[in-house]
Write a protein that binds this ligand. Sequence first.
Ligand SMILES: N[C@@H](CCC(=O)N[C@@H](CS)C(=O)NCC(=O)O)C(=O)O
Length: 227
Amino acid sequence: MASTDVKVLGSWPSPYVNRVRIALNLKSVNYEFLEEKLGSKSELLLKSNPVHQKMPVMIHGGKPICESLIIVQYIDEAWTDGPSILPSEPYDRAMARFWAAYVEDKWSPTLGGFRNAQGKEAKVAALEEVREGLMLLEDTFAKCGKGKDFFGGDTIGYLDIVLGSFLGWLRATKKLADIKLIDETKTPGLFGWAEKFGSNVAVKDVIPETDKLVELFKMMMTARPKA
Ligand SMILES: N[C@@H](CCC(=O)N[C@@H](CS)C(=O)NCC(=O)O)C(=O)O
């Protein structure tokens, strides 16, 4: 591992935090993981990200960088000797960024909406939205991956990290609601992709254990004020 002065501030269940950890692992960059306590924010976090006060923050050589997508792009630019995270062709790079923005702005809120939906009708409607998004991403996987293992081709790339960071929560949803969101018949490309992404050496120890996420979700639901 490259010797660097890198700290990551965040907590284990966060997909946003885990994007940064996966990107650093892919580049074989050594880092210190400063775990935030669930439900509270450290002085260092507040001082390092005064605008949003959110995690992750990566501190490189004493300088803080905020926002997971910006951090992943920074990592790609700062450590060029590791495998590239963004595609080298401008068009492929634009597509990876477009679909990453789709996952971020459109699809992931539907996943949160499904988890938090109250009542059967709301659950069914939210599930439909999540599945529609996954069908689009199935198609995108075929186009971006060009028949290879990952959205990035032979190796894990930007869109793999952005979507794959939700893998733990997708597995937890399957366990909690007995619903397969990535299904071998409806989304076979994504099904194979999830297996390969989740078992990759840069990823497998970062994606939270399903049972831990299930427990956390149940705790969050119990703590939530009743409507
Ligand atoms: N757009 C941000 C989102 C980060 C985010 O929402 N982080 C959550 C943890 S999963 C957080 O810090 N929440 C605390 C809060 O909202 O106050 C990113 O990509 O880094």
